[in-house]
Write a protein that binds this ligand. Structure first.
Ligand SMILES: *[C@@H]1O[C@H](CO)[C@@H](O)[C@H](O)[C@H]1NC(C)=O
Ligand SMILES: *[C@@H]1O[C@H](CO)[C@@H](O)[C@H](O)[C@H]1NC(C)=O
Length: 441
């Protein structure tokens, strides 16, 4: 009993590392990494500044007649607005080492932002140029040393390697050959499995293609969902899932042999329960929870921690009414505690356990939201739409973590554990207070 409780506490504390990290000073390793990262961003940052001031001058010269209208937005939870792109941002992705956020836009660039300076005044970014084309989607490789893009005109995947120059700064190099064109309809999403074993691309017809890393087509899945609206690889890298016109989310396993050779794609399980088409879905970071948002006006939380090979089905944990529309996106915080749903230019944040609506963010962008994600530590929620990327504090996540600790405190029997929990709650609360007190930009 005591051991189980201790194990639970250890788990909980693990999940709370983010809160403690705020309160406790930085370790040596982090300082080394930071120095390294400063070098990576040093050379390019000045280049971006240079081009920005040139652009500002050009904008000034254009005169008052066609002055671009700036969308203004403020909210107490807004931590930062990342500005650098000169076109609408269509896709965001965090690297699995937590250091970078990638974004792409129709301005022919992919930007790599440093997550460490989200709370600083200046937000450094590196720029990768997409020659003679632009990227509509971007995803980091599992080792955070490369990223894949979907080319709007090329209609195919291009890989970029991130290489360190002698002075420590970063440069980008496109792979010599793009992947072959295989999709007949508009692309919806791409991804690389965390295992590094395959790449996925999905289009608005019923096609999902599975590739090896060299651009060899391994398999083509017909989702049979009439049209696809979203598809993604699970964070564990085992599954590919899709949703669309039909009221279910379908999940496949991409199977490899012991030697790493591709075997087959097999149906794993379905999420059944919505009464209309599904706009989008998302996974928790351990792939044990999924959330889906549907045309039926609800989001649903699922337990997908099942052994489908033993005929176990995932089960429904929660159904909560929400506003959604064609193009809605959904995000689940890494720890599964917070659900975020976009509807047009708005975002709603819910406590996953209670289903309570925690935050409403209205008019976050001047155009429909194109992407919505939590960072890997669950500290921030980011979204894109227009030229700026909005970064929000995940306050509902902090509150949910505190609530879980308070529940544990009520059940705690041993005095040492009680004191420990009380201390943790105090620290978490002051971290949350600090987040909320910080001036937003
Ligand atoms: C961004 O998208 C909006 C709406 O689709 C469009 O009116 C605007 O021209 C786009 N901006 C840029 C810079 O492409
Ligand atoms: C998931 O996220 C939580 C909270 O940020 C973290 O403690 C945990 O290690 C992550 N798990 C995986 C499998 O990445």
């Amino acid at each position: 009993m005591e051991i189980a409780a201790l194990a639970a506490l250890t788990l909980l504390l693990g999940a709370l590392v983010i809160l403690v990290a705020l309160a406790v000073g930085r370790r040596k390793e982090e300082i080394r990494e930071e120095t390294e990262q400063a070098a990576e961003f040093a050379a390019e940052a000045s280049a971006v500044k240079g081009s920005q001031s040139k652009k500002q001058k050009q904008e000034k010269q254009r005169g008052r007649k066609d002055k671009p209208t700036q969308h203004t937005f403020s909210h107490p939870l807004l931590a930062a607005s990342l500005k650098g792109h000169s076109g609408n941002v269509t896709c965001l992705d965090f690297s699995s080492n937590g250091k970078y956020l990638a974004s792409c836009a129709d301005d022919r660039t992919v930007r790599i932002w440093s997550t460490k300076d989200f709370l600083d005044r200046e937000h450094k970014c590196l720029r990768a140029n997409v020659e003679l084309d632009h990227a509509t989607l971007v995803r980091f490789s599992p080792d955070s040393r490369a990223f894949i893009t979907w080319l709007a005109n090329g209609d195919c995947i291009r890989i970029f390697k991130m290489t360190k120059k002698d002075d420590g700064s970063m440069s980008f190099k496109a792979a010599p050959e793009d992947f072959p064109q295989k999709h007949k309809a508009t692309i919806l999403n791409i991804g690389i499995a965390e295992t590094g074993k395959f790449i996925m691309s999905a289009s608005t017809d019923t096609c999902i293609n599975i590739w090896d890393l060299k651009g060899e087509l391994l398999a083509s899945i017909n989702t049979n969902q009439i049209t696809n609206s979203y598809a993604a690889i699970s964070p564990c890298g085992r599954f590919v899932a899709s949703c669309g016109f039909t009221p279910d989310v379908k999940v496949w396993e991409v199977c490899f042999g012991k030697g790493g050779d591709f075997r087959e794609v097999v149906r794993a399980f379905d999420l059944k329960g919505h009464s209309a088409g599904v706009h989008a879905f998302a996974f928790s970071n351990d792939s044990r929870r999924m959330v889906s948002v549907s045309k039926d006006g609800t989001w649903k939380l699922w337990n997908t921690d099942v052994e489908y090979k033993k005929q176990q089905d995932p089960y429904l944990l929660k159904t909560i009414p929400c506003s959604s529309s064609e193009g809605s996106r959904v995000a689940l915080s890494p720890d599964g505690r917070v659900v975020a749903v976009s509807d047009g230019c708005n975002v709603a944040m819910y406590d996953a356990a209670s289903g309570k609506l925690e935050e409403e963010l209205h008019g976050v962008h001047s155009v429909e939201i194109t992407d919505l994600r939590f960072d890997i530590n669950g500290r921030f929620l980011v979204c894109s739409g227009d030229k700026a990327i909005r970064v929000f504090h995940n306050a509902p996540g902090y509150r949910a973590a505190i609530k879980d600790m308070q529940d544990m405190l009520k059940k705690a029997q041993n005095e040492a554990m009680k004191q420990r929990l009380q201390q943790q709650i105090k620290e978490a609360q002051s971290a949350l207070d600090a987040v909320l007190a910080a001036p937003s930009n």
